[in-house]
Design a binder for this molecule. Structure first.
Ligand code: MG
Length: 383
């Protein structure tokens, strides 16, 4: 059975005061959490319904990530059920089962989604619910007017699941009354159709007030979204050549010869850039700055490092620290180390305390006598 998840992100965040779904929770935009859970839960496609004026912002966040199933964005509407309908209209023609989810519930679980799917297959409509922990009162004009039996009350969550043809039938029957409904199951109830309940999860709360963002940041680390730090390693070597400047970590060092290369041959910065690109799984410097491209002839590697740093930012990552080891039999580098650290720290916009540059020899046993080699290890964090 082809299953389409419609994730509604077209609301106005009025109670929050800012766009809660593009806001980051521990470095990852809030709306991405539920997408990552749905892609692992047996759905065939995900349709994200967003405000028309923000489509490009959402698509930018999606474009730097890869998903196991197709994820598409469509423009929504001011009224919830119309947004849902726009999403449904954009679903694949093979779609038979719909899951409609509020993006403001980032921490939906795989088991909730799978329970709803299984129940829809048997019953045509299913919604996840949780028991209430607070007693609920009817209130009028400042007074309590009644107390419903808490045992028969449930708080309703999402995703709500339906057979697509039944949903469209119910919508036709109910007509304009659907505009008042605050969830999708109400449509089914009004059309006289049965809705079965499944187990919700207290973690699947709705982001409503600014305090909820704090709670979200505490729950997020356990929800399996990829915001873990990333480690990367880079290695490079250049041979000595006469008539060239020797530049290491952006510092020009007075020495009789330099290193051969298409750019300024700054072997240490090359290793650093490869470590950064490697940690982000974005290829290597040969791919980004080909050594047969005339625009890079003689270019300062620090200029390229700034480009790599900006590329990481575009991908939601930032350099946390770097440890560079330069392997050179000659010249002695110890008097230049502090300058090198400062130049690198400035280029990547982090504190100098997070940049380490070390120099060593190979005791005359390795390749370093004929040139200079460098290793770099970096840690990247989500931003
Ligand atoms: Mg190189």
């Amino acid at each position: 059975m082809f299953i389409s998840a419609i994730i509604l992100a077209a609301g106005r965040s009025e109670r929050m005061g800012f766009d809660k779904l593009l806001a980051k929770i521990n470095g990852t935009p809030a709306f991405l959490y539920s997408i990552h859970t749905f892609e692992r839960s047996g759905v065939n496609e995900i349709i994200l319904v967003v405000p028309a004026e923000k489509i490009s912002e959402y698509e930018k966040e999606l474009s730097c990530r890869r998903f196991a199933v197709p994820v598409r964005t469509v423009a929504g509407a001011d009224i919830r059920h119309r947004s849902a309908l726009f999403g449904i209209n954009a679903s694949d023609s093979r779609c038979e089962l719909l899951l409609i989810h509020d993006a403001a519930r980032p921490f939906v679980t795989e088991s909730m989604i799978q329970s709803v799917i299984a129940s829809v297959k048997e019953n045509t409509a299913a919604i996840p619910v949780v028991k209430l922990s607070d007693t609920v009162k009817f209130c009028e004009n400042g007074y309590v007017s009644g107390t419903p039996d808490r045992d028969s009350l449930r708080a309703v969550q999402t995703p709500q699941g339906f057979l697509k043809k039944d949903y469209l039938d119910a919508l036709e029957k109910v007509g304009e009354r659907a505009e008042k409904f605050t969830d999708d199951a109400s449509l089914f109830e009004a059309a006289g159709k049965k809705v079965v309940i499944t187990d919700g999860d207290p973690r699947c709360f709705k982001l409503t007030s600014p305090q909820d963002m704090l709670l979200a940041s505490m729950i997020a680390p356990n929800m399996g979204v990829d915001d873990m730090p990333r480690i990367g390693h880079g290695y490079d070597v250049h041979r000595f050549a006469e008539g060239r400047k020797l530049i290491l970590c952006g510092k020009e060092i007075e020495y009789g010869e330099g290193l051969l290369g298409h750019s300024d041959a700054d072997v240490a910065v090359h290793a650093l850039m490869d470590a950064m690109l490697g940690a982000a799984a974005l290829g290597d410097i040969g791919r980004h700055f080909p050594d047969n491209d005339p625009q890079y002839k003689g270019i300062s590697s620090i200029t390229l490092l700034k480009k790599v740093n900006a590329l990481l930012r575009e991908n939601g990552l930032a350099l946390s620290n770097a440890d560079i080891t330069i392997i050179a039999e000659r010249p002695k580098l110890k008097d230049h180390i502090e300058d090198m650290r400062g130049i690198i720290a400035d280029a990547v916009e982090i504190d100098i305390s997070r940049v380490s540059v070390k120099a060593t020899t190979e005791e005359g046993l390795g390749i370093a006598g004929k040139g200079i080699a460098a290793h770099a290890v970096v840690l990247l964090e989500s931003v």
